[in-house]
Ligand binder design. Structure first.
Ligand SMILES: Cc1cc2nc3c(=O)[nH]c(=O)nc-3n(C[C@H](O)[C@H](O)[C@H](O)COP(=O)(O)OP(=O)(O)OC[C@H]3O[C@@H](n4cnc5c(N)ncnc54)[C@H](O)[C@@H]3O)c2cc1C
Length: 325
């Protein structure tokens, strides 16, 4: 089968990551010549159903009260059943924690292949899916060919362009009558949602980030002011998070958030490979660092070699002034 299945969580709505998965799925289905099926799991969201049906060939809505909050075991059961019936060539998921957990488990159940953090999808001559992703902590790129079908891949979704609605097209929408397993071995018992004002880092168009070079938690208040002046969100390197200067959820990088802003302003961050992995999809990187040999300059479109303390107040004042014009 040449069909492609994308797995979306209704709770996320039509957010940037969801749009990236739909875009990746649409283009892959067009390449394989197959149909694009989208399964939406969770409480039905009409906006998402509508937006997806304008881009996919078939929308499958899996809405039962037990699925309104993510439960990996139940989601796995739903996805396994759908895949066994559709026999897709590839199954694509986003990069949230549930997708990352489900990907290898689903591949295992279907006796397919699994790949994490896909950044580009192509099809080899023999028809196998090829996935490009970073390797060695971001120092290299590797292309993997997934021999066994289905290829189940979670994507660096924000790095994939969304798909435009197809002209004069409305995919079918089917409400699934799903049977859930009566007993599951593991259930999420409690959830903690961290309060964060503003846009999630992953969706922010502008991000100002601080690292060890800031020297402590206080300067992050200055970063907040700079960010407020331009409507940006604030991120951080792992060191700044590990030191307890800012919450762990602000961390950008291999073991933190993978973001794709239009502009990433890194202040007092050296540019370790693990940090760069989180900003590989940033459009423009700008840097303020006192060390002209800091590796991050090699990746920057704009760089200022200076002690941040000398430039931050003036920069914030100027940007605030420009914003009010
Ligand atoms: C498995 C693994 C996973 C990791 N995951 C991540 C991750 O997800 N994210 C991440 O960030 N790191 C990660 N790391 C850590 C990473 O290797 C680096 O240690 C970390 O990114 C360095 O943070 P930094 O740039 O803030 O600090 P440093 O490397 O110490 O850099 C500080 C920079 O500040 C500059 N500076 C100092 N004073 C000033 C000043 N007054 N004005 C301007 N500039 C100044 C210095 O010149 C220097 O370039 C990971 C490491 C491992 C092993």
């Amino acid at each position: 089968m040449n069909d492609i299945l994308i797995c979306l969580w209704s709770a996320n709505g039509f957010d940037r990551a969801t749009q990236g998965v739909i875009g990746a799925g649409r283009r892959l289905a067009d390449t394989t010549g197959g149909q694009l099926h989208a399964v939406l799991i969770g409480a039905e969201d009409n906006t998402l159903v509508e937006a997806t049906s304008l881009r996919a060939d078939h929308v499958l809505v899996a809405d039962r009260p037990e699925l309104h909050e993510a439960q990996p075991e139940l989601y796995l059961a739903v996805l396994t059943g759908i895949c066994r019936s559709l026999q897709p060539r590839a199954v694509l998921l986003g990069s949230d924690v549930y997708s990352q957990e489900l990907t290898p488990r689903l591949a295992h159940r279907l006796e397919g292949s699994s790949m994490a953090d896909g950044a580009e999808l192509t099809v080899a001559e023999g028809g196998a899916l090829r996935v490009r992703r970073t390797a060695y902590g971001g120092r290299a790129n590797a292309v993997y060919e997934l021999g066994r079908q289905p290829a189940v891949v979670w994507l660096r979704a924000r790095g994939f362009a969304p798909a435009e609605p197809i002209q004069d097209h409305h995919g079918t929408v089917t409400h699934l009558d799903i049977e859930l397993p009566e007993t599951i071995t593991a259930r999420i018992a409690e959830r903690y949602i961290e309060a964060r004002d503003g846009v999630p880092l992953e969706d922010a168009a502008l991000v100002v980030s601080g690292g060890r070079g800031l020297g402590g938690p206080e300067p992050f208040e200055e970063l907040r002011q700079l960010a407020a002046a331009i409507g940006a969100e604030v991120g951080a390197s792992r060191v700044a998070c590990d030191e307890g200067w800012v919450p762990a959820s602000w961390q950008v990088g291999q073991t933190g958030k993978k973001i794709a802003p239009e502009l990433y302003l890194a202040i007092g961050i050296s540019g370790a490979a693990q940090h760069l992995l989180g900003i590989a999809d940033a459009k423009v990187i700008a840097v303020i660092n006192s060390d002209p040999d800091a590796p991050i300059f090699k990746h920057a479109a704009f760089g200022l070699v200076e002690d941040y303390r000398k430039v931050l107040p003036a920069l914030t004042a100027k940007l605030a002034e420009l914003a009010t014009r």
